[in-house]
Design a protein around this ligand. Structure first.
Ligand SMILES: CC(C)(COP(=O)(O)OP(=O)(O)OC[C@H]1O[C@@H](n2cnc3c(N)ncnc32)[C@H](O)[C@@H]1OP(=O)(O)O)[C@@H](O)C(=O)NCCC(=O)NCCS
Length: 324
């Protein structure tokens, strides 16, 4: 008998305001054509004034709990992946706990930037496999619009706001790759690449929230190589091959990264869930958003073998293989 962390429910929330590429043409030297052709992004959502990361996270959590047919009181843990918390502390996760009206279990944040959801999923899997929790709500939620330098055309057109959530529950499996649930995890980081993607502010440095800074071209090259490698390793650990994969659900940063990674994995694009055109890069929220949208579109079905992969600031990157 092997314990598996099985997906019981999924949900997402996107703020109402949709910003098409053309809106940037009025304020910076860019064009809809440049943004589409270089990134695949057509539009993104931005949170309203006063709307915080925890507000988005709570809405996504409610949708995932409804999908799971579960109440918040049944949860043992809430793990939120975010780099844009409402406050330095308390954690977004404890605010979600309160927002859901429960005091059951424990709640905390993890921070691995755009790889945050993969790390949070790995963490939740660890809680379940070690017996510390049976039901875990895992959320990715971000308001990256709050850390954009609106004069930097190389970054401000790429990011968006949103949240997605999964409910995981312990279930007994046979210990084979036919089991439902998380089958393998592969995580990495390399702090030498700090300067490629970072925010130039923080509590113990300059006391400010700061703005996102990125060497886009260098990040691009690391992404394509490292994502294909980690996905391959995760598939190997799960005892499956790329040919068995029903869906790649990648971090949605750039369509060119997504397609180059799929090509390296020898998986065709009709087996990749793509939402970047509608959401932009929502950092830790992008994978659960894509899982939720992929299910709503009828792409993802029970029993499908899925590989998720992401890379972000740190650099930190990794992949999770799961059977839906
Ligand atoms: C940012 C990114 C889209 C830029 O595409 P690119 O093809 O690498 O383009 P470059 O950075 O080489 O820039 C090419 C030119 O476009 C310009 N440019 C940058 N942003 C622009 C914009 N929004 N509109 C118009 N031109 C722009 C640059 O200034 C540069 O001009 P120059 O040649 O005169 O200096 C791409 O590098 C990328 O997506 N990188 C990964 C980013 C990412 O996903 N990060 C998050 C990972 S979690």
């Amino acid at each position: 008998m092997t314990i598996r962390a099985v997906v019981r429910g999924v949900g997402h929330y996107l703020p109402e305001r949709v910003v098409p590429n053309s809106e940037f043409e009025a304020t910076i030297d860019t064009s809809d054509e440049w943004i589409r052709s270089r990134s695949g992004i057509e539009r993104r959502h931005f949170a309203a004034e006063g709307q915080t990361t925890s507000d988005l996270a709570i809405r996504a959590a409610q949708a995932a709990l409804a999908d799971a047919g579960m109440s918040a009181d049944q949860l043992d843990a809430i793990v939120v992946a975010t780099s844009t918390p409402d406050f330095t502390f308390p954690s977004v996760a404890t605010m979600v706990q309160a927002g859901l009206g429960t005091t059951s279990g424990f709640a905390y944040d993890v921070q691995a930037v755009c790889a945050g959801f993969v790390f949070a999923l790995a963490n939740a899997n660890g809680l379940i496999l070690s017996g510390q929790a049976r039901r875990v709500l895992v959320i990715g939620a971000e308001t990256f619009s709050r850390i954009m330098d609106w004069t930097d055309r190389g970054t401000c057109v790429l990011f968006g706001d949103g949240a997605g959530a999964l409910v995981l529950e312990a279930e007994e499996g046979a210990g084979t790759s036919d089991d439902r649930g998380i089958l393998s995890v592969d995580l990495h980081s390399d702090g030498r690449y700090r300067d490629l993607l970072y925010v130039d502010g923080g509590v113990s440095s300059n006391g400010q929230a700061g703005y996102l800074r990125m060497q886009g071209n260098a990040v691009f090259k690391h992404a394509v190589q490292k994502l294909a490698e980690t996905a391959h390793t995760a598939l190997e650990k799960a005892g499956v091959s790329a040919g068995d994969v029903a869906w790649i659900v990648p971090h949605q940063a750039n369509l060119r990264i997504i397609s180059a990674t799929a090509e390296r994995m020898q998986v065709s694009m009709d087996r990749v869930v793509v939402t970047v055109q509608d959401h932009g890069n929502t950092s830790a929220a992008s994978i659960p958003l894509a899982l939720s949208v992929g299910k709503a579109r009828g792409q993802i079905k029970t029993g499908d073998l899925i590989v998720t992969e992401a890379i972000g600031g740190g650099l930190a990157w990794g992949a999770v293989v799961l059977r839906w």
